[in-house]
Design a protein around this ligand. Structure first.
Ligand SMILES: Nc1ncnc2c1ncn2[C@@H]1O[C@H](COP(=O)(O)OP(=O)(O)OP(=O)(O)O)[C@@H](O)[C@H]1O
Length: 384
């Protein structure tokens, strides 16, 4: 800009490479094709974010992941894994035809529980996906991954958990992957290696219930009227009752029911909820990790007693039903007895008190006094 102040003659003996308003117009330089760079940059984000987030405590894990990424980049153009840990990543995923595994447990993973619209999700496709972090919780980091096919999945990377053996992990994933219910986020696939445990879920577009109840106060907020709330709690109860019926021998079939694990999608004027993060309790070998799950807040856990289905019922009462009846039970939820939004409307007051009763029963200190989940569902259906 400063050069513009000089007369034209000042540039007579200067390099021909100079250009600008006083001289010849500057040539238009070709830009590199943005797509691959952008893809690569976004793809790398997943790994770089992971390295930063995990920090020093998980440095070895991060280094392994970076190595894996480098191997992938070196192998670009030849997508057949050759050897070492890269194969270890790939053989567990459906759609990888080069699997040479001899482990029967690994072969049994070739099941039909992968959702039909992601027919050949493989690790390679997953590694090529662009991704962003959805949340970094106590037990996992969850990513939203957009596959090259355009399909979107949620990838949950378990962290710092003393997860059970590979065989048990496979068996549990088979069991959970075969569960199909419209109020459960479907498990699409999974990956297990000594360093990495991934669970891949269908991606539920929308919000989680915690965000809707607590962070949803600004402009563009979604008002949760009585009808919406009843519909949400019904969906939660349906999902949980299904899990209790499908996994009768599990101590707490969901195990981690809390409002951030209730995913809420808007469908026209209605809401559809899907529970996620279910069925992980049997994977955690050490008792001390159970406290990181929602059932770890139940009175029986705190008293060192054995967990049962009723621990899930407690979580439903304390987290989800209490969304309507907050401080009437001894929870860490906010202080309003009844949500302001509901109090302002004339609708639903008598039902509200029936929900309060139910929430109090569900949160009884004595597990045996809490209603069974099938009973809770029946009563919620009756109220709503
Ligand atoms: N299948 C999914 N589809 C869309 N969003 C999801 C899905 N699973 C999880 N999420 C979002 O990702 C966020 C982080 O999930 P994650 O389970 O890691 O966190 P959390 O439950 O808060 O943590 P943690 O249980 O590990 O303490 C959730 O709050 C939820 O909004």
């Amino acid at each position: 800009m400063a050069l513009e102040r000089f007369p034209l003659s000042s540039f007579d003996h200067n390099s021909k490479e100079l250009c600008g308003p006083q001289l010849d117009p500057c040539p238009v330089l070709p830009l590199p094709n943005p797509t691959p760079w952008r893809k690569r940059e976004i793809g790398v984000k997943l790994w770089v974010s992971a390295v930063i987030a995990l920090g020093g405590a998980t440095m070895p894990l991060s280094i392994i992941m970076l190595c894996l990424l480098c191997r992938r980049k070196q192998g670009k153009g030849n997508h057949t894994p050759q050897s070492g840990s890269y194969i270890d990543w790939s053989v567990k995923m459906k759609g990888y035809s080069g699997s040479a595994t001899t482990n029967p447990a690994e072969r049994t993973v070739e099941l039909d529980f992968f959702v039909k619209d992601i027919p050949s999700l493989g690790l390679e496709e997953l590694l090529r996906a662009s991704a962003e972090i959805l949340g970094n919780g106590k037990n996992s980091i969850t990513y939203k991954a957009i596959l090259e096919s355009g399909a979107v999945v949620a990838v949950k990377r378990l962290k710092n958990l003393d997860v059970s053996s590979q065989k048990e992990f496979f068996q549990q994933m088979q069991l959970l992957g075969n569960l199909k219910h419209h109020n459960l986020a479907q498990i699409v696939s999974f990956y297990y290696s000594p360093d990495q445990k991934l669970i891949i879920y269908e991606y539920v577009h929308g919000y989680n219930l915690f965000e809707l109840l607590h962070d949803n106060r600004g402009t563009g907020r979604i008002a949760l009227d009585w009808t919406a709330r009843v519909s949400i709690i019904k969906d939660v109860a349906h999902g949980l009752a299904f899990l209790h019926a499908a996994l009768p021998s599990h101590r707490a079939p969901h195990g981690n029911l809390k409002s951030s694990n209730v995913l809420v999608r808007r469908e026209g004027l209605n809401y559809c909820c899907k529970l996620t993060d279910y069925g992980l309790l049997p994977l955690l070998q050490s008792q001390k990790f159970h406290e990181r799950l929602a059932v770890g807040r139940s009175p029986e856990y705190c008293q060192g007693k054995r967990l049962t289905h009723k621990a899930d019922v407690y979580c439903l009462g304390i987290d989800d039903l209490s969304g309507w009846v907050r401080s009437t039970v001894n929870s860490d939820w906010s202080t309003e007895i009844l949500d302001i939004e509901i109090m302002q409307s004339r609708e639903g007051h008598s039902e509200m008190f029936r929900f309060i009763d139910l929430a109090l029963e569900c949160t009884s200190g004595l597990a045996e006094k809490r209603p069974k989940m099938s009973e809770v569902l029946r009563r919620i259906e009756e109220i709503g």
